[in-house]
Design a protein around this ligand. Structure first.
Ligand SMILES: C[S@@+](CC[C@H](N)C(=O)[O-])C[C@H]1O[C@@H](n2cnc3c(N)ncnc32)[C@H](O)[C@@H]1O
Length: 389
């Protein structure tokens, strides 16, 4: 009995969950993504609002009616948790995201890999004030919740320890909608198993996410903050840049992460990977590659194959110590990225009155995605770099 009650509690919606309300009549066509659930707020469905209070505490996949609901089923909604892909695609957007399934493939192709860090006894040697983008507003209920969550987590973390190795650091330009950001964070999250949100000497991985457009960056960072109770929020630093990403490398902030956190000597490399989804990525390759550790990837995502060619030409003409290891085309698809979604269901055939089946690629769905990925890797200093005239 006790186990049953516990099980039910685990599978109920909690404050600050983000949910999808799927119309019972057309679950795949009519649906609404909520804000983090908070008493006093509502989900506007077009068939009347649904108060968040009606969802909090209800079991997963509950049926909920909107306030103006009349008929027996037409305005009923199934409440479910969104996948990362559903979350990304349905949040308000300013910049064009990389569709989440494509973004996950980009991360996979980069080969980045992060484990729990090894710890040793020691006092923090590096921590700086939180950047203004990472500060949480205590007056905002959701942000206050994130703050309290971090404090309660900290009570169970080991004290007076630091990591044996410097954290792996990654750089992404630009943040945009935060889709690639979330997918990179998913990969590096385990590196921060012992991070208390303040002491940089306990971090095992950091993503630096750069954008030059404040509006875009604010949406991207909000998408990270609101995803799954902010589970990836501690793993990322956001930086609003004035000029090109390569100029950011010369800032005091970057120097702090290079020298104090990254324990790099002089102007030595400190980055374990770079992801570029911005205009003219070829112009960034030279200086960004100098900050990259040997064999680490620079992954470029662009809409046209000629832009990969421009990157390769730049590398070859300038003698940049990078090698192009893979070029891929991401196919346009109907499944939230370069995948073809299929339709599998039983139907009743009107003419015969008998059961039939539908087994075919889904029709009438939006085609999304497409583009090209170039994966470069950093060459060692003593390598022979062949250049083009
Ligand atoms: C296509 S969007 C990125 C989408 C993002 N990768 C995602 O998955 O949601 C391109 C972003 O690059 C940013 N950008 C353009 N030029 C930039 C620069 N010089 N430095 C940093 N970001 C830049 C834009 O403001 C925009 O937000």
């Amino acid at each position: 009995m006790v186990r049953l009650v516990f099980f039910r509690r685990l599978h109920t919606f909690k404050p600050f969950d983000v949910v999808i309300l799927r119309s019972l009549a057309k679950p795949n066509e009519k649906f609404h993504l909520s804000q983090p659930l908070e008493p006093g707020l509502t989900v506007k469905t077009g068939n009347g609002p649904i108060p968040h209070e009606d969802i909090i505490g209800r079991p997963f996949r509950s049926l909920i009616s909107s306030n103006t609901s009349s008929g027996p089923s037409q305005h009923k909604y199934i409440v479910v948790k969104p996948s990362l892909e559903e979350y990304v695609v349905n949040r308000r957007r300013e910049a064009q995201p990389i569709y989440s399934l494509d973004a996950s493939l980009i991360v996979e192709l980069s080969g980045i890999c992060v484990d729990y860090p090894l710890l040793k006894q020691g006092q923090s040697t590096s921590s700086r004030a939180l950047s203004k983008w990472k500060q949480l507003d205590p007056k905002d209920p959701y942000e206050s919740f994130l703050h309290t969550k971090q404090l309660s987590r900290n009570q169970n973390l080991p004290k007076d320890v630091i990591t044996v190795e410097p954290p792996q650091q990654f750089l992404e330009c630009g943040t945009g909608h935060g889709s690639l950001t979330l997918n990179i964070l998913k990969e590096i999250h385990s590196g921060n198993a012992f991070y208390d949100g303040e002491n940089d000497s306990t971090r095992g991985a950091i993503l630096h996410s750069l954008d030059k457009n404040e509006k875009h960056m604010k949406i991207g960072l909000r998408n990270v903050k609101h995803y799954n109770h902010g589970m990836y929020w501690p793993d990322v630093e956001f930086h609003l840049v004035d000029g090109a990403p390569q100029d950011w490398l010369q800032t005091d902030v970057a120097n702090y992460y290079r020298h104090e956190v990254g324990r790099a000597k002089d102007n030595g490399p400190f980055l374990n990977g770079v992801f570029l989804d911005m205009p003219s990525p070829e112009l960034q390759l030279h200086l960004l590659s100098e900050a990259l550790l040997v064999d680490s990837p620079i992954v470029v995502f662009v809409p046209s194959i000629m832009q990969i060619w421009d990157c390769l030409s730049m590398v070859k003409k300038k003698g940049i110590r990078l090698t192009l290891v893979k070029v891929y085309e991401l196919m346009a698809g109907s499944g939230g990225g370069g995948l073809r979604e299929w339709d599998l269901r039983k139907v009743s055939v009107r003419e015969t009155g008998q059961d039939g089946i539908v087994v075919r690629p889904k029709v009438g769905v939006r085609t999304v995605g497409g583009g090209f990925i170039g994966v470069f890797r950093k060459l060692p200093e003593d390598s022979i770099v062949k250049t083009w005239d």
